[in-house]
Every structure is written in structure tokens, then in C-alpha cells.
Design a protein. Structure first.
Lengths: 1006, 432
């Protein structure tokens, strides 16, 4: 019989008065106690890797005094024997909003007008920058939340208010139930950051790229503010500068934002500690390259309800796979030697923390690593190793007492001690199960069987009724409360009002239970029950079942539809005997070979051969340069518009490339090899473009074309005027106002450049006295345009506005590189020609809004015939797959030759993007970005058989079929596994409505 | 060659100025087209063919060698060209809408959920600037259809060369359009109040629909002393004179809506939209449900779907033996690309003649106008298109002549006028 009376001598929580409250006046008689306790005979982990057996932990007044096998126990110490129990430093959660007010997000009407900060006082212009926010000031002890954490073994958390982009400082607090003055261990222990504007009521930033731009500008502004004291009192910026020396904790909502966050940190020499989503196993190499320490959540998704095959088909492969692989993420991170802490954040129900952690361990996470990630690592990151995370002398007495090793399945955390105070969590119920010899009054030879669970025992009483030969067994009612026992039973169920009632106490192992009782006829009796046979250990273990071996599918790149277990490789490729559309002087060459090596076109000719080359038969096929889409909005995370302000030149699409957008693959299947990813058209001066190659499977940075010129999106007309939005006050709302926006922006840019040039010309000595001009990323971008270092792609429709921008450009001294859409370009082709602008248009779109009522499908032909570099673009992820056909329409509308038509989607967009020296034609030395078509490339009957980017077949009709078969199999496996999990009682969730593969256009603002 | 036709067309357009060209007068003389490749529209191709028509009806379509002698005919040599039946675009708001972003130009949707008595025909604007550009690529017939709500109203089949809507009618009030309220899916683990409410609203709507159909079925059998336009409008569904076009895309919605219509005694059911139709071809075949398929030039519905799924769907329906026609649905002005979605289906499995049928005779059968149009056979309307090259490929589609009921259309439009106007501007500029 086991009993555990550890707590009998000890006092309840909240009775010790610690020294931190010394300044407070007291009502009544002082009751300060030494808080001197010795825990003896324990297995103690003084830190994550040091185990002491049969040791003592001595604490005094909330601090650790000593640990070890030979600790001298002072005479005045309360001694608690914890033989067979384990003591660990309590856990630390480095990412918590414990004790802080909830963040209430506001739906902000988009780009309807300027919205000013609602925060009064000398703070940032933008409410998302709240570096002055200090968690310690708004922190309140929260009994319920603290209890939830304590039950999972936590003793200390970092309280960080998850509100805004610059979130201010966090406090390291214990989970004690005391005044804030006492539980705060460290004020300003870290600073928080994110890409989320939180509770801000302002519309800027309305996009992910805007959030990134705002953070970037804040670094510069804080710097400038520090260098120019007295220029502007700004407590937000001052705090931002002051807190940069603290550990910086960045909350990234997924693996892509994780990498993005680190990149911003790198720009400003700041290494963030990054809170991840738990999906970093999907792009582990990139994550590792950040060199960031991660804060990894243990939020594993539930299985989906996949019984119905129609419905189940809506679950994306990446969601199916994530369900299976998420529990292995912590192990994967650990095995990659990425330093990490673990957090209970993201768990709606904190009760899931330990079970999930055990699951992560079952999936390969080393127990010691797990303990480290919850003790030493967070303490180290927060520079609090002297306080928490271990049990060394003078450290805070934060520890837990457990019945088994902490991560063992059937372990129970018995007590959680915080700052030397006990919080009782659970007791091991006395296990009284077994068979007893029972005597009630004169009646001996009865048998009492106690079975069931230790905390919910069930009783049966067996006896031979007088004169009977068989044993009768009846159910009894048993109730245990500490040493007290109540037992009742009816020896003859046929009789009513016939219950024997017994009450008693535990009188020690020898005597067992004994006590007083009443028979049904009210005769008082004495009774006793002596243990004959305790429940065997084996019987107890039978309840724990053996687990199935863990099987995981392979990682895929990208972790999305049509991802592959290994990326297609660059090879030497010899395409034989095909029709080659060179886009060069040579024109169209029949029966010709093309050799690709190292990602370049090496040779074009007849009867070529090359050792080791993979030979591709091009007979009856056509080879063209890859299609280049001058106007695309695929592969972008977040809104494509930061249209909250008329000028948003500071935002960069390159910051938010989504390399996992399935539209990349779909467009490869349509022969597209490169795209300009443009900001939308919600404002006159939009954001900076990204020019990518469609290398599906690589990371965002690897999609970008290195060395490509920089571009920016401008826009004119209805979208810019916000014509179709109600109640708009944002300037401009007419084409008159649009002109003024441009003049004003470029005038400011010129003055900006002048101011900086003047400052830079100063001598070193003079500079120290002069006022540093502020860096403004918006104006810097416009200065790049003035200096021909950045080129404009301008969304435009009607002739008046096109002419207007040309005049502004002439007067302010910049060039418009490309007018995109430009559906009335045919009306002003001569003016565009004089300016030197190119054109990128739709083939036959019109009549969908007022400003395109004069659009004509002959537009491209007229502009082309006027000598403009003319391209056909998509602005649409579906149409982009058929750009060859859109080009072919110019043969029908305007009579272009087939070779001219093809150039509209290959060589000409390459020219508009200044990439024609390496793309757009088939010529030795150029990039091997090629499409092998099954038919005449301008025919509707043609499909790409293969699409090469850098000589790599990123799309191949045959491989595509294989891939689909493989994915179907993998889906089937995972769905069956989910069904089994559900059968076994695992929680499930409804099937999500997926937005993956969603298509964005110019006008989309959310 | 192509250029020549273009110049003729442009010349005419200048004559016509910027206006929508005048409708052609009634055919007053028999016409004989000779020398072309004839695509009958039923799968048959006849080289060196002739087509003769008089008073708007075809009197001969076949090999030139057996054609009637040219005496008395206006003979037009179209050697080397192709003759096709006029293409039919079902399920469109062309003629109802002009400029999508300008509300005043939109007549596609009435307020409220249940508008069976609303008729598209009367709002069909024959003076739309868009319509001439549509027929210029061979689309000569439209099923003009109201949208929105649950029962959007009644469609009519109209042609594309008329002074007013009355003249344009090919088949008045051919069918009723029911937009099936789609099944709702919970997206969060907990059921939100908004979801519960949406679900309740849907149930209510389905109950209302059921009541409406039952009451309409009963109403027509009695002699009520008060007229009810809504119930009367539904009458034709129960005697088979009107088709019920069920607009649904998801497999389960399709099944649910078809079952609903069948249980309520609807005689002629057509599935419209039909994105998932390929998943349930057995169901459609067994229940004899034809399909008007939208969205061929479309992305797949799900990220993991076959990239070319939408392009392949016609082939999948063809293989399964379903009667189906195609509807161009990407944009309104884009309906002129109807032949090209059929062309896309060829690239993904159909034969060219099968593809042609999906935009001619199949659609005619589904709409119930196949005795009149859809193929080029004796006795049918002389509603046909002549193209210099393959009509289904934009590379070769070059419509040189088009006839509606024997009347030769003036194939100019606003866009050609603007083309000419500005080409002339630049040519003059060069001369300077």
C-alpha cells in the first residue's frame, strides 16, 4: 500500500511573505517566516543535464540555498522526504502574453482616406509602432491563466504584449500568486516585433509588404531621431533605439515570414530570436541559414474529417502532410542543430502542452534537448540564467516535483513551487486496491475486493449466505477521504431497506481498516478489513497499450501541390531535330538541334552531339524562348496593394515573394519562364516590383533574377481614383489630382536628393555640426527613378492620362519605361514613341469598365507598327498559361507575322525588362529558358511538352503525370491514416476552405 | 489573302462610321457558296462543298459536285475557306450588360431571390457596342440569361443582327434559371454563430423553393380566380415546354439540385456551370442530364487538381457519353473567344469536329432549337459562318462572311472603326 503525504506539514500558497514587498505598510502583526525547506531523498535535476540521485534540495526565502547528496540540513528547516520523486527546475515559456490585455483587432476601411493615430502624445505617427509599450506596466497577475501554466510545469514566462509591429518590451515574470511587484523577475527582458499591425486603427500598413516597409523605415527613423536630438520628440522611436540592445523576439506566422524577418534583421545588424509556426521542417535549410534561435510551438493540427471523398478532395496535400509531420518538427529542428526554445503559445488549450511535448519526444525529440529548450535555452536567451532555468544556489526557487521522470507518459506533476511557495497540483491517490478479509460484527469470512481506478475505487463484498454453498457477491459503495473510509452494501438484493453501513479509519499496514457500523436492523457493530493481497504491478500496466511505429512521408519541395521529393536537376540537354524559333536574324530554323549546358544555350545548329547529354527528340515539335509575363501578380503573399497612401514607393514585392504558389507550376505548364511581379494599381505610385524566374521548388530569394534592373509600378485612372469605392476621402479622386501627386512626389524627391547631396559634400568636421538629413525610403526610391536606376511600369488606359504622365516625366526629368495595359496606347503611340516608352498590353480585353470602352484588339498591332517595343501581358494567373495564344491574336487583329507575334511574349517583354541580353531569343550564351511545344507555338492546339528554366526541365508533360499519380497515392495513404486516427479517438477538425492557388489582380486590395 | 478581307471589312466599317452597323435586310435572292470545306456540325466534313440557301433556309449543303446549278443564285466563290454553322453561346448576359463597372449599363439581375417571371428577352439591347464584335468571330446566337438570386428569371435564345429585341428572338422564354444554393462547409473547428445562421438560411431557402415548386405544380391544374405571375411562369417546367437550367458546380450540389427538380416533376433539366460534372458522369448519364459547361479557360478549383483539368473537362464528358455544350464564361466581351475554348478542348483530347459540335449542335439540342439551327442541313436556318481558316484557332480564325437566316451580316464594329481611324492618323502623319 502506497501513501504520499508530502504536503501534510506544509502551508498553503500565499502565506510566506517575501522581501520584495518590504516597502508596503502592513496591517497587523508581522508574519515573516524563513521559508526554509529541505527536500530529501529526491532525484534532482539541477539543470537540464545534471542529475543527482538521492539528493537534497534546500531552499530559503524563495531562493535555492543548496542542492546535493551531502547538503547539511539546518535544524530549523522543515524537512520533506520526497523519496522516489523527481525534482526539476520549473519550465520557462519564452513566448507568452500572460497577464496582458487581449489584442483586439479593428477592421479598418481600406484606403478610403488618411487615418491618423488615435494614440495621443509624443509617439509614432503609426499605431503599429509601439516600442514605448512596456509590458511590466500593464501586466496583471492572472490566477486562472497562471494555474493553467503551472499545471503544465511552468514556473516562469516571458510576458510579451503581442500587439503591433514594434511591440515594446516584455517582462520576465513568475507564475506566483502574489503582487506584481514580487512576481516580475526582470522588467524589460526582451523587445517584441512582428509583421502584424495588431490593434492599430490606421489602415497603413494594409499589406505584408507595407508592414515590412514600415519596420525598415522605423529602424532608419529611430536612428535619425537619435542622431538629431531635439528635432522631434518621439517616445516611440526613442524607445525603439533604447530597446535594440535587448533580446529581440520576432513573431513569424510561418516559415516564409521567418526567413523574411531574419532578412530585415540582417539589414540592420540585428539577430532576432524568432517564434516560428512549427512548419520550419518544410524549408529547414533556409531556416538554418538565418542562424536565428527559434521559439518552436507545439501546436499540432488535428486530423480532418475525411470520410467523404468529395469533401476530402478539398484538403490540400500540404495540410494532409503537415498533420502527419508537425509532431516531428521539434525533433527535425533539434537534429539540424538549430538552437531552439519550446513554447506553449498557439495552444488554445494549455492542457495539450505536455501531451504534445510527449508526442514530439515519441517522434524523435531527445528528452534532454526538450528539457533544455524549456529551461536553460530560454533563460540564456533572456540573460536570466542566474535566476531561472536551473537549481543552483541563489537562483529563484522555481521547481516542480514529479512522480516519474518528467516526460514519461504516466508521470504526474505533484507540486509546482514558485519563488519558494508551494502550489499543489495533484496527489498520487493512495492505491488501496486489493483483496481484504472483512469482518463485520460477528460475521467473519467476508471478502472485500477493491478494484477500479485508484482515484475511483469500486467495492464488492463476497460472502457465503447462511446455509448456502455458493459464494454471493454484491456491489458495495466505497468512499475514501484520506484515512477515512465509508463502506455500505446490501447483503441480500432481494430485500429492500437492508443496507449495512460502515465507517472507519486506516489503522496502519498491520491492522488495515477498522471502525464502527450499523446493521440493517440498527444493531451497532465493529468491523475491520485486513489486506490479503494487493493489486499486482503487472495488472496495472496492462492498461498502457503498445504504440504503432511512427511512419512519416517524405518532405516535398515546395511544400505545396506539385512539390517533389527531389528537385529536377540541371543536365546537359541536346534537343534534336526540331523547329527552332530563334527570335534572331536567322528566324525560324527547321530540323535544328539546340544544346543546353550549365543553364545556358551552348549551341544552335544541325547534327549536334555532346557527350553525356540527355537527348530530347524534338521531331514535329517547336522550340521557342520561354514566355515572359511583363505583368503578373502570382507568387505574392499578402495584398498586392499598399494603396493606403497615394505614394507607396517604399514597399517591395521582393519582400513578399511566395515561392510555393501553385500558379508558378501552372504557368510553367503554359510555357512561362519569367514574370514581373507587380504591385497593384490602387495608388498612383505603387511599390517596387520583383522579377523572377519560375524555379518552382526553390526559395523566394532564389526565384529572383540576380542582376536584373529594378522596377516600380505606377498607375493611372479609375483604380487610382478609387472610383468603385464608396466614401473615399483619400487624394486623388480625379485625373487632375493624379497629375499633382506625381509632380509633388518628384519635387519632394529632388529636394530630398539635394539635401542629402549637400550634407554628403560637407567635410567630416562640418558634418558633426550639421543636421543629418532623414533617410526616407519612399523618396529614395523616387530618386532612383530620376537617376535611371529604377524603371517605371505604369498601369494606364486612356490617352489623356498617358499624355499627362509623359509631360510630367519630361518636365521632372525621368522616363517611363513601360506603359502596361495601355489599352488606348494606339491613340498616342506617336507620343509614346517620342518619349521612348514601351508598351505591354492585353490582346483583346475591353468593355469591363468605363476607361476601357475604347480599347481595341488592334492596339498591339498599331503600337508595334509605330515602332514601340510591344508586349502582351496577362495580369491574370489563368490567362498567363495561354500567353502564346494571346500573342497569336495579333495575327488575327492587325495581321502581325507569326514571328512578330511570338516576340510579343518573349523577346519584347525581355526588352521591356532590360533582360534581352540574356533572355528572349535562342542564341548561344543566352539563358536556357525554353519551351518545347507539341505543335506550332502560336496555335491553340499547342501545349508545352517541356519547359526549361536555366536548362532545368521544371515542367515536363510526362513527369507531370507521374507526379499526379504519386500525389494521389500519398493522399490516399494520409487519408487512411487520418481515418484510423479518428477511429482511435483522435480529435478531428472540419475541412478548411482553401484559398491556395487563389488568383490576384491589379485591383485586389485585400 | 487575309489582309484583303480585312481591308474590305475596314472599308465597310468606315462607311458605317462609329455606329453599330444596320441589320441586314431579308434574304431576297438565293445564295450559293462554293468551293469551301463544309463543317456540317454533326461530325461530317465535306471538302469542295457547296451550300445553297433561299428565304433564310438551307436548300442544299453537300458536295459541290452535286450542288444545284448556279443559275438564279448569287454565287460566291469561297474556295479554300471553311463554312461552319453559326456558333451558339448559351448562358450569357450579353445584350443585358454593357460596361461591367457602370451600374447604369447593367440589366442582368433583379432584386430578391425568386424572380421566375423576369424575362431577359425584353432587356436585350441590340444596339450594344459589344455585340458586333462577338459575331465577328462567328458567334451568331446567344441564350440571354438573367443572373443572381435563386431563381433569376427566364432566358431566351436571341440572334445577333436585329433592329430591336423583338426581331432578335430565335426562341422566346426557353427556360428558367435556378442557382442552386451551394452546400455550406464549416471552416473552423468550432461551429460559429454565423455558420449556424447561414445554414439555417439555406434550409429555409430550400424549403421555400420546395414550396414554390409544389404550389406552382398545383396552381396550373386548377382555375384560380387570382393570377400569380410567379407561379404561372414556372408552369412550363411541369409540361416540358420550358427547361430548368440548374446552375451548380460542386458534385454534391449537382446531385442535390437534380434530385430536387426530379422530385418536383420537372420534365427537362439542364445542368449549367457543371465544374464537377466530370466526377459524376454516371449520375448524369443515368438521369439523362445534359450539361452546359462553363469555365474551360479556367484554373482548376483546387491547388492539387490536374493543372489542365478545366481544359480537359470537355474531353472527360465526351468520353463518358454526356450531351454537353460549352459556354464562354471568363468575361462578357470575351464571348467572341467561344470558338477558342472549343479549340482548347481539341488540344486536350477532342477531335476538331467533336469540339465544333460543343458550340453548335450540342448546344442547339440542349436548348431545344436543333430543328432550326446547330447544323448545316437542308431545311434549317441559313445561319452560318465563313472563315478563311480553321475557326477554332485564333491563329487562323478569320471570319469573312456570316449569315443569320440567310441575311448577310455587315461584319464591322466600333473597334474596327477605331482601328481604321487611328491607322489613318498615323499614315497621314507619315505622309507629312
Amino acid at each position: 500500500m502506497k501513501r504520499f503525504y508530502l504536503t501534510a506539514l506544509l502551508l498553503c500558497a500565499g502565506r510566506f511573505l517575501a522581501t520584495a514587498q518590504e516597502t508596503f505598510p502592513r496591517n497587523g502583526v508581522y508574519d515573516d517566516r524563513p521559508g526554509l525547506v529541505a527536500f530529501t531523498n529526491a532525484t534532482i535535476f539541477t539543470d537540464y543535464q545534471t542529475r543527482l540521485d538521492n539528493a537534497t534540495l534546500l531552499i530559503r526565502n524563495g531562493k535555492v540555498v543548496a542542492t546535493g547528496a551531502k547538503v547539511k540540513i539546518p535544524a530549523d528547516a522543515v524537512v520533506v522526504d520526497v523519496k522516489g520523486k523527481y525534482i526539476y527546475p520549473s519550465l520557462i515559456d519564452i513566448f507568452s502574453s500572460y497577464g496582458l490585455p487581449p489584442v483586439i483587432k479593428v477592421q479598418v476601411p481600406y484606403a478610403t482616406g488618411p487615418s491618423e493615430t488615435q494614440k495621443k502624445g509624443p509617439y509614432s505617427w503609426n499605431q503599429a509602432i509601439r516600442a514605448e509599450n512596456n509590458a511590466a506596466e500593464i501586466f496583471r497577475v492572472d490566477a486562472k491563466a497562471a494555474d493553467d501554466y503551472r499545471k503544465q510545469g511552468f514556473g516562469t514566462v516571458l510576458a510579451l504584449h503581442p500587439d503591433g509591429i514594434a511591440r515594446g518590451t516584455a517582462a520576465l515574470v513568475t507564475l506566483g500568486q502574489k503582487r506584481e511587484n514580487e512576481v516580475i523577475l526582470l522588467d524589460r527582458a526582451a523587445a517584441g516585433l512582428s509583421f502584424d499591425r495588431g490593434s492599430s486603427t490606421q489602415d497603413y500598413p494594409g499589406s505584408l509588404m507595407g508592414a515590412i516597409a514600415l519596420l525598415r523605415q522605423t529602424y532608419l527613423d529611430a536612428d535619425w531621431n537619435a542622431k538629431t536630438p531635439g528635432k522631434e520628440q518621439n517616445l516611440s522611436l526613442k524607445a525603439f533605439t533604447d530597446t535594440r540592445k535587448l533580446p529581440q523576439i520576432f513573431e513569424a506566422t510561418d516559415k516564409l515570414n521567418l526567413v523574411r524577418a531574419d532578412k530585415i534583421g540582417d539589414e540592420f545588424g540585428q539577430q532576432y530570436i524568432i517564434k516560428s509556426r512549427g512548419d520550419e521542417y518544410q524549408n529547414l535549410n533556409e531556416v538554418k541559414a538565418t542562424k536565428a534561435t527559434l521559439i518552436v510551438p507545439l501546436n499540432f493540427p488535428d486530423a480532418y474529417n475525411v470520410e467523404d471523398p468529395f469533401d476530402a478532395s478539398r484538403v490540400a496535400i500540404e495540410d494532409l502532410k503537415h498533420w502527419e509531420m508537425a509532431p516531428a518538427n521539434p525533433a527535425t529542428v533539434a537534429k539540424a542543430n538549430i538552437p531552439f526554445a519550446l513554447t506553449a503559445a498557439d495552444l488554445k488549450d494549455k492542457k495539450k502542452f505536455l501531451p504534445n511535448l510527449r508526442q514530439a519526444i515519441a517522434y524523435g525529440l531527445d528528452e534532454q534537448e526538450a528539457l533544455k529548450a524549456l529551461t536553460q535555452t530560454p533563460a540564456r536567451l533572456l540573460k536570466a540564467e542566474h535566476l531561472v532555468g536551473a537549481l543552483n544556489p541563489n537562483m529563484v526557487a522555481n521547481f516542480i516535483i514529479t512522480s516519474k521522470p518528467i516526460f514519461q507518459e504516466d508521470n504526474v506533476i505533484l507540486e509546482n513551487w514558485i519563488q519558494g511557495e508551494q502550489y499543489k497540483l495533484s496527489e498520487i491517490p493512495a492505491d488501496v486496491r486489493g483483496v481484504y478479509n472483512l469482518q463485520v460484527g460477528q460475521q467473519a469470512g467476508l471478502r472485500l475486493e477493491i478494484a477500479g481506478n485508484p482515484d475511483k475505487p469500486e467495492a464488492r463484498i463476497a460472502f457465503k449466505a447462511s446455509g448456502a454453498t455458493d459464494t454471493t457477491k454484491v456491489k458495495g459503495k466505497i468512499f475514501l477521504n484520506g484515512d477515512l473510509i465509508t463502506l455500505s452494501y446490501n447483503p441480500d438484493v432481494k430485500k429492500q431497506e437492508n443496507t449495512v453501513r460502515l465507517s472507519g479509519w486506516y489503522a496502519g499496514p498491520a491492522k488495515g481498516y477498522q471502525g464502527e457500523g450499523l446493521l440493517p436492523d440498527a444493531t451497532p457493530v465493529k468491523w475491520n478489513a485486513k489486506l490479503a493481497k494487493a493489486l499486482t504491478v503487472q495488472a496495472r500496466r496492462d492498461t498502457i497499450k503498445a504504440k504503432d511505429p511512427i511512419v512519416l512521408g517524405n518532405n516535398i519541395y515546395p511544400f505545396a501541390a506539385f512539390g517533389r521529393t527531389s528537385l529536377p536537376k540541371q543536365e546537359i540537354v541536346l534537343i534534336k531535330n526540331t523547329t527552332v524559333w530563334t527570335n534572331e536574324q536567322a528566324g525560324k530554323l527547321e530540323n535544328t538541334d539546340v544544346l543546353l549546358r550549365n543553364g545556358k544555350i551552348e549551341k544552335v545548329g544541325k547534327n549536334l552531339s555532346a557527350a553525356g547529354a540527355k537527348v530530347v527528340d524534338g521531331t514535329n515539335k517547336h522550340l521557342t524562348p520561354g514566355i515572359i509575363d511583363e505583368h503578373s501578380h502570382i507568387a505574392i503573399n499578402g495584398s498586392v496593394n499598399e494603396g493606403t497612401q497615394a505614394v507607396s514607393a517604399e514597399v517591395r514585392v521582393g519582400d513578399v515573394i511566395n515561392p510555393e504558389d501553385v500558379n508558378i507550376y501552372r504557368q510553367l505548364a503554359g510555357g512561362v519562364t519569367a514574370s514581373q511581379l507587380l504591385h497593384g494599381s490602387a495608388n498612383p505610385i505603387g511599390g517596387q516590383s520583383a522579377i523572377i524566374k519560375l524555379r518552382y521548388g526553390l526559395g523566394a530569394e532564389d526565384l529572383k533574377i540576380k542582376g536584373a534592373d529594378s522596377y516600380i509600378k505606377f498607375a493611372l485612372g479609375e483604380n487610382v481614383k478609387r472610383s468603385n469605392t464608396q466614401n473615399v476621402t483619400r487624394f486623388p479622386q480625379t485625373r487632375m489630382g493624379v497629375e499633382q501627386v506625381f509632380y509633388d512626389a518628384f519635387q519632394r524627391a529632388k529636394e530630398y536628393e539635394k539635401a542629402h547631396q549637400a550634407y554628403n559634400r560637407l567635410s567630416k568636421a562640418a558634418k558633426t555640426k550639421a543636421e543629418v538629413p532623414r533617410r526616407d525610403l519612399e523618396l529614395e526610391t523616387l530618386v532612383e527613378i530620376l537617376n535611371n536606376k529604377r524603371f517605371i511600369t505604369c498601369h494606364s488606359y486612356v490617352q489623356s492620362e498617358i499624355n499627362m504622365l509623359l509631360k510630367v516625366a519630361d518636365q521632372m526629368g525621368f522616363k517611363v519605361n513601360t506603359f502596361t495595359h495601355i489599352l488606348e496606347g494606339y491613340k498616342v503611340a506617336d507620343k509614346m514613341k517620342n518619349h521612348g516608352a514601351g508598351a505591354s498590353t492585353f490582346s483583346d480585353w475591353w468593355a469591363y469598365k468605363m476607361e476601357v470602352k475604347d480599347a481595341i484588339p488592334y492596339n498591339a498591332a498599331i503600337m508595334h507598327s509605330m515602332g514601340l517595343v510591344t508586349a502582351i501581358n496577362s495580369d491574370d494567373a489563368e490567362m498567363a498559361r495561354r500567353l502564346n495564344q494571346e500573342a497569336a491574336k495579333t495575327m488575327k487583329y492587325g495581321g502581325l507575322s507569326e514571328e512578330e507575334a511570338l516576340k510579343l511574349v518573349t523577346l519584347n517583354p525581355a526588352k521591356l525588362l532590360h533582360l534581352d541580353h540574356r533572355m528572349g531569343s535562342i542564341k548561344p550564351g543566352k539563358d536556357a529558358d525554353l519551351v518545347l511545344w507539341t505543335d506550332h507555338p502560336l496555335s491553340i492546339y499547342a501545349k508545352p511538352a517541356k519547359t526549361y528554366v536555366d536548362g532545368i526541365a521544371y515542367f515536363d508533360l510526362e513527369t507531370d503525370k507521374q507526379l499526379q499519380t504519386e500525389v494521389a497515392k500519398e493522399r490516399q495513404r494520409l487519408i487512411q491514416k487520418m481515418l484510423n486516427a479518428k477511429q482511435a479517438g483522435a480529435p478531428t477538425q472540419p475541412i478548411p476552405t482553401t484559398t491556395r492557388g487563389q488568383v490576384l489582380h491589379c485591383e485586389d486590395v485585400e | 489573302m487575309k489582309l484583303k478581307y480585312l481591308i474590305i471589312a475596314l472599308f465597310i466599317s468606315l462607311q458605317a462610321s462609329a455606329q453599330v452597323p444596320a441589320p441586314a435586310p431579308l434574304q431576297n435572292k438565293p445564295i450559293l457558296l462554293t468551293g469551301a470545306t463544309l463543317h456540317v456540325g454533326n461530325g461530317t466534313v465535306i471538302e469542295k462543298a457547296a451550300v445553297a440557301f433561299d428565304k433564310g433556309k438551307i436548300i442544299y449543303a453537300g458536295s459541290a459536285s452535286s450542288a444545284p446549278t448556279a443559275t438564279g443564285y448569287e454565287q460566291i466563290d469561297v474556295t479554300g475557306q471553311h463554312i461552319y454553322p453559326g456558333l451558339i453561346q448559351p448562358n450569357t448576359t450579353l445584350g443585358l450588360n454593357e460596361i461591367a463597372s457602370v451600374r447604369a449599363t447593367l440589366d442582368q439581375q433583379e432584386v430578391g431571390q425568386i424572380n421566375p417571371n423576369v424575362r431577359a428577352m425584353v432587356a436585350y439591347n441590340t444596339d450594344s457596342d459589344v455585340l458586333p464584335t462577338i459575331r465577328a468571330n462567328g458567334v451568331l446566337l446567344l441564350q440571354v440569361t438573367p443572373v443572381g438570386g435563386t431563381i433569376s428569371g427566364t432566358s431566351s435564345v436571341m440572334h445577333l443582327d436585329a433592329w430591336n429585341w423583338e426581331d432578335a428572338v430565335v426562341k422566346a422564354d426557353d427556360g428558367m434559371h435556378l442557382y442552386w444554393p451551394p452546400l455550406l462547409y464549416q471552416t473552423q473547428s468550432e461551429t460559429t454563430p454565423a455558420f449556424t445562421e447561414a445554414q439555417r438560411n439555406r434550409e429555409k431557402l430550400l424549403q421555400d423553393l420546395d414550396k414554390l415548386f409544389k404550389e406552382a405544380a398545383a396552381f396550373r391544374l386548377g382555375t384560380p380566380n387570382k393570377e400569380n405571375f410567379k407561379l404561372t411562369a414556372l408552369k412550363g417546367l411541369f409540361d416540358g415546354t420550358k427547361r430548368l437550367y440548374l446552375h451548380a458546380d460542386n458534385a454534391k450540389d449537382i446531385i442535390e439540385s437534380v434530385r430536387f427538380a426530379q422530385k418536383n416533376g420537372v420534365k427537362q433539366i439542364v445542368l449549367t456551370g457543371g465544374r464537377d460534372a466530370w466526377r459524376i458522369t454516371d449520375f448524369l448519364r443515368e438521369n439523362n442530364i445534359p450539361v452546359i459547361l462553363s469555365g474551360v479557360h479556367a484554373l482548376p478549383g483546387l491547388a492539387g487538381d490536374d493543372t489542365d483539368l478545366a481544359y480537359k473537362t470537355p474531353f472527360l464528358l465526351q468520353q463518358a457519353g454526356i450531351l454537353y455544350g460549352l459556354s464562354y464564361s471568363t468575361s462578357l466581351h470575351g464571348v467572341r473567344n467561344l470558338p477558342f475554348i472549343a479549340g482548347t478542348a481539341v488540344a486536350h483530347g477532342l477531335t476538331k469536329e467533336q469540339a465544333l459540335m460543343t458550340i453548335t449542335v450540342n448546344t442547339a439540342k440542349i436548348l431545344g432549337i436543333d430543328t432550326q439551327v446547330g447544323t448545316l442541313e437542308t431545311g434549317k436556318d441559313a445561319t452560318l459562318v465563313v472563315s478563311a481558316g480553321d475557326l477554332l484557332d485564333m491563329r487562323t480564325n478569320q471570319v469573312t462572311q456570316a449569315y443569320i437566316q440567310g441575311r448577310r451580316l455587315v461584319l464591322t464594329d466600333k473597334q474596327k472603326y477605331l482601328y481604321q481611324k487611328f491607322k489613318a492618323k498615323y499614315q497621314a502623319g507619315e505622309a507629312k
